[in-house]
Design a protein around this ligand. Structure first.
Ligand SMILES: NC(=O)c1ccc[n+]([C@@H]2O[C@H](COP(=O)([O-])OP(=O)(O)OC[C@H]3O[C@@H](n4cnc5c(N)ncnc54)[C@H](O)[C@@H]3O)[C@@H](O)[C@H]2O)c1
Length: 330
């Protein structure tokens, strides 16, 4: 069944019904903020494994937001049935729900498959059968593994080094399959290192920001593994949620992934110095043995997201970090 034609004919409604899986999480709650502000009816599907209700407490009593406790691994048809009666057809889906720890994915790969791979297929099965117009999916820079050409373009060979990266890449193939076989509009986004307010202090991606921030506030030493010249592309959550909405309300595309980063690389040494400065500059900085298997360089080629849906990261690292450090210390 090709659903593409009916999707293309479906004009955007004044109050689009948007489903956000993982909407109570870090990136999800910022995305919900933007969707509500835009006037959408939003259903959050979350199992609250890492998400928190307080991330959405600013919208308490808002009639255009429904928060449903759902495990996407079990499917999402039943959960949405009542809302479909009230709000009509789901127009678009932002699929962010996932087990996000690379370490946990290595320790318990079956759990990763259930949440991150089967969960994606469950969401896509709903989208296909209900002729949802567009699905945007949170993939990850983890699909690349260790690459040697920078900035990393989407055309680089992907050799993921963890079940987490494998399940994200496998999910991307499922989106592309739905685009090429059923004509569905899909857009996988490969997020780089997202940081900002509401990030979980134990986040596997940005833990270093929380750890440095905690220690710098207490004037304790900041310990860097290796020489500190390893780099990452840190992208502010306000930019990421903006990229998600741009991708969600764009049309067309071939189902191929687009990077979401800044295109700028920051060394861990630079990061430590900035955080220390924002916390009063009381900490000394030391170096320890490098960690086995740590990727030494990561920076996104951001041209595809710019060309395809006009996304450009705007928040400068010092500004975003100031906000983040303040929120972690609040
Ligand atoms: N934060 C980053 O730097 C980063 C980088 C690359 C990709 N990503 C991806 O972005 C998405 C959002 O990540 P985040 O940083 O906001 O993490 P998060 O842990 O804050 O958000 C994930 C949300 O999904 C929910 N969830 C997990 N498993 C679920 C399930 N089976 N059913 C329903 N809900 C479930 C959690 O409760 C949580 O609310 C994830 O898919 C993650 O893999 C994040």
């Amino acid at each position: 069944m090709r659903v593409g034609a009916s999707c293309k004919m479906h004009t955007m409604s004044a109050t689009p019904f948007v489903v956000v899986t993982g909407g109570a999480g870090f990136i999800g709650s910022h995305t919900v903020d933007r969707l509500i502000e835009r006037g959408c009816n939003v259903a959050v599907l979350d199992n609250f494994s890492t998400g928190k209700r307080e991330n959405l407490s600013q919208w308490a009593g808002k009639e255009s937001l429904e928060i449903l406790t759902v495990d996407i691994g079990d499917g999402i048809f039943a959960a949405l049935a009542d809302l479909e009666e009230r709000w009509g057809k789901v127009e678009r889906i932002v699929h962010l729900a996932a087990q996000t720890s690379v370490v946990h994915s290595i320790e318990n790969p079956l759990n990763d498959v259930r949440n991150n791979y089967t969960g994606t297929v469950q969401v896509l099965e709903y989208a296909r059968r209900k002729a949802v117009c567009r699905v945007v999916f949170a993939s990850s820079a983890a699909v690349y593994g260790d690459v040697d050409t920078f900035p990393v373009s989407e055309d680089a060979t992907c050799t993921p080094l963890s079940p987490y990266g494998i399940d994200k890449l496998g999910s991307e193939y499922w989106l592309r399959y739905h685009t090429s076989v059923f004509g569905m509009d899909t857009q996988p986004l490969r997020f780089f290192n997202v940081y900002g307010p509401r990030q979980d202090p134990s986040s596997p991606y940005t833990g270093v920001i929380s750890i440095f921030s905690d220690r710098a506030a207490a004037g304790k030493e900041l310990r860097i593994f290796g020489d500190g010249e390893q780099t990452r592309d840190f992208v502010y959550v306000g930019d990421v949620s903006r990229a998600i909405l741009l991708a969600l309300f764009a049309e067309g595309g071939d189902g191929n992934a687009a990077n979401v980063g800044t295109g700028a690389e920051t060394s861990v040494n630079e990061l430590a110095a900035l955080i220390n400065e924002f916390c009063g500059g009381k900490s000394s900085i030391s170096h320890a043995e490098p960690r086995d298997g740590e990727i030494l360089k990561s920076v996104a080629d951001v041209s595809r997201a710019r060309e395809r849906f006009g996304f450009e990261a705007e928040t400068k690292l010092p500004d975003g970090l100031k906000e983040t450090v303040a929120s972690l210390q609040a």
